[in-house]
Design a binder for this molecule. Structure first.
Ligand code: ADP
Ligand code: MG
Length: 699
């Protein structure tokens, strides 16, 4: 198989060049090279004449280099003049001058593309995309067609892998090896879905005849990625379901009933349904893997409490992991307040005194604590449970996959419930979280009024402050959020400290103002948070440390400064700090005059919608899947090479249902699972683009 053929097998690649390819482009096999997708295409079927170009146009021109020279005193620029028989045009380079001086020679035939602009009467393109006409393969590679442009860098270029170099070697490789590629999809399926053949797609992604062919090829390759990922996910799921790993159990539901009696509200329908699903999961003869998705304020904590009570009904312990100490402490006090008699709770965070910690650890080990609530301190070595049956991970996106697995390993056959308030768009739920069963809490408790969101310029600050004061006079509390703690030299953002000082000394001298930020010690943070919860602080100036999960129903106004600095989902999370009680709540996005039109548009999404899912979809569309997960989701950023989760949802659903169909008809699921894992993936590296490279799967 091509995947096992090292790149050195190619005649033109010796050990040195191979090393550069490996280090700089992640290419170590012939297969990798075939998968090295162009980053974009140059449509050379539509050249223009230089004399026909006007300023501001995006153009591609071809000409002969007439002069390569530097200009300017002090900082020099490099000018590469070309002429196409109609007029001159200059390619201007500000950086990498020495390098470009080497690249261009008089007499070369080059292609420039970029945006044209005139400077002192000369037509020029600053840092044009450029390419050369090849002598040997002119016909096939460089004229009158769509040209692939590959990512390259200095080191690659030195080794001969400029975009042009890649073109040459990939062209040759495809010619020599593509016939060894088997189509991994059954013909029937391919025909039914009108997918292009596999080899044809791989060829077209590099050397398409037109741009429509590129998209066709991309869809085929994207389908592969999505299909095989879904195939593997379903395979694993069926395997889990058919392998009994523990006896069926029937939990004693008394604790759950007692909890319901203790709660000051009845569960919403969605909450009830979630609890039902979880109790079924816990009873079944294999481990629960459930994701509970619910918008901010939808009441996931009550469901978590119920789950812990059910688990206690089997005599097992529960561990709940929260991303911050503030949040862990909040859960701890909520649990303590409502948990039925006979159920004990403990708190475990890193900021604890040694003696206190030791006591807790002993109690966890002896089993005298039923529910341990904590931060990542829970996964440390010294923590041992007597009989851990359920792991709950709150605000799951703050943790890595590995962290939740680690906590789970502290028990045997441990059930897992992960909860998230960051609505995960459907496409991501089916891929990045595809190994989980999903339950969604759609409706918030009925007593809520919608939050009013106002998008206001900073020039309206005085009025905003006046209305904050009015609400505080009525006994309500407010949040005041800033992106930074301290001023940094580079930025002109106002910081939390600065605003705290200003508001306390000048604006709200008669109110109690608090400050909360990430550089404070855990104990300090907790003291401030508790003080706010107890109503001893009227206005809390804070950075986004309060973003996650904090629940203070009496807080009704949140002001967010520099909202343009936050992601949409993050803003939605922040807004969710208010609107948690019976009062009308407000979210005020106070933006500086200088924000861009795009930023204003983005903020408009928040202003108009209070639907976390719709916002997340928008966010995904605007930022792309990599970014959406990027900073917050470890390990799954670059799942796909060709699929784009922000626009391939339909394709994903199709791939999923096809994979399901096939898996349904497999008789020996265990054997197929083994075969798949041996040949294609290790379960830890569940990754669409890795799997999809598998060149022959179902025959
Ligand atoms: P989140 O889903 O964001 O974690 P919480 O669990 O913190 O939300 O719940 C938000 C608030 O709603 C809490 O104050 C909680 O007591 C309250 N709450 C939860 N469920 C209900 C319900 N069924 N009826 C009324 N209030 C509820
Ligand atoms: Mg919560």
């Amino acid at each position: 198989m091509l995947r096992n053929l090292p790149i050195e097998e190619l005649q033109s690649v010796g050990p040195k060049r191979a090393e550069v390819l490996r280090a700089e482009a992640g290419i170590s096999t012939i297969e990798d090279l075939i998968y090295y997708a162009p980053r974009r295409y140059l449509d050379r079927s539509s050249f223009v004449k230089i004399s026909d170009c006007a300023d501001g146009q995006q153009i591609t021109v071809a000409g002969t280099v007439s002069s390569v020279h530097t200009e300017g005193r002090g900082r020099k620029i490099l000018c590469v003049e070309i002429n196409d028989g109609t007029e001159d045009l200059t390619g201007v380079f500000f950086g990498g001058i020495q390098y470009f001086q080497r690249v261009f020679d008089r007499g070369d035939t080059v292609v420039f593309s970029g945006t044209i602009a005139s400077f002192r009467g000369r037509k020029q393109i600053v840092h044009p995309e450029f390419d050369f006409y090849d002598d040997d393969q002119t016909e096939l590679l460089n004229t009158g067609r769509i040209i692939p442009l590959y990512h390259s860098n200095d080191k690659l270029q030195h080794a001969g892998f400029s975009s042009r170099g890649f073109r040459k070697i990939i062209f040759q490789t495809i010619k020599d090896h593509l016939d060894k590629v088997e189509d991994p999809l059954p013909t029937e399926l391919r025909n039914r879905l009108s997918l292009v053949g596999y080899a044809a797609a791989l060829k077209a992604i590099h050397f398409p005849e037109n741009l429509a062919q590129v998209e066709e090829a991309r869809i085929r390759l994207a389908f592969n990625e999505l299909f095989f990922l879904q195939y593997y996910l379903h395979l694993s799921r069926r395997l889990i379901r058919e392998t009994e790993t523990r006896p069926s159990r029937i939990p004693d539901m008394t604790f759950l009933m007692d909890l319901f009696n203790n709660l000051p509200f009845t569960l919403t329908e969605d909450q009830k349904q979630a609890v039902n699903r979880i109790s079924q999961d816990i009873a079944q003869p294999f481990e629960m893997n459930r994701l509970l998705q619910g918008d901010v304020g939808s009441g996931k904590t009550a469901v978590a409490m119920a789950a812990a009570c059910i688990e206690k009904g089997l005599g097992h312990q529960t561990a709940i992991m929260a991303p911050t100490e503030v949040l862990a402490a909040q859960h701890f006090s909520t649990f303590q307040k409502f948990m039925p008699q006979g159920l004990t709770c403990g708190l475990l965070v890193s900021g604890m005194k040694a003696a206190q910690k030791k006591k807790i650890l002993t109690e966890i080990a002896s089993g005298s604590i039923d529910i341990t609530i904590g931060t990542h301190a829970l996964i440390q070595d010294g923590v041992a449970f007597k009989d851990l049956g359920l792991v709950i991970v709150d605000e799951q996106h703050r943790f890595g996959v590995e962290q939740r697995a680690e906590l789970r390993r502290k028990g045997e056959k441990t059930d897992l419930l992960v909860m998230t308030a960051t609505p995960i768009p459907r496409s991501l739920a089916l891929t990045a979280y595809g190994d989980l069963d999903v339950t969604v809490i759609k409706k918030k408790p009925a007593d809520r009024l919608p939050i009013k969101t106002l998008l206001l310029p900073e020039s309206r600050m005085k009025g905003v402050n006046a209305s904050l004061d009015k609400y505080m006079a009525e006994g309500r509390q407010c949040y005041y959020i800033l992106p930074l703690i301290e001023e940094s030299e580079k930025s002109d953002l106002v910081s939390a400290k600065e605003i705290f000082e200003e508001l306390s000394a000048e604006v709200f001298t008669h109110r109690r103002i608090g400050l909360l930020h990430g550089k404070m010690k855990p104990a300090e943070k907790e003291a401030v948070m508790n003080s706010f919860k107890e109503g001893n602080i009227d206005l809390l100036v804070s950075t986004t440390v309060i973003e996650v999960g904090i629940d203070v129903p009496n807080a009704t106004v949140i002001v967010i400064r520099h909202p343009e600095r936050f992601g949409l989902s993050q803003l939605h999370q922040l807004r969710g700090r208010v609107g948690r009680g019976p009062y009308q709540s407000f979210c005020i996005l106070l933006y500086p005059d200088s924000i861009s039109k795009e930023a204003a548009e983005r903020l408009g999404v928040i202003e108009k919608s209070e639907d976390g899912f719709a916002i997340a979809e928008q966010d995904l569309r605007i930022r792309g899947a990599g970014d959406f997960l990027g900073t917050r989701q470890h390990g799954v950023e670059s799942q796909f090479e060709f699929a784009d989760l922000s626009r391939d949802l339909d394709l994903l659903l199709e791939a999923r249902s096809e994979a399901e169909q096939i898996i349904m008809n497999i008789k020996d699921i265990k054997a197929e699972h083994q075969r798949f894992e041996q040949r294609y993936v290790k379960s830890e590296e569940l990754n669409g683009s890795r799997i999809t490279k598998s060149l022959s799967l179902i025959s």
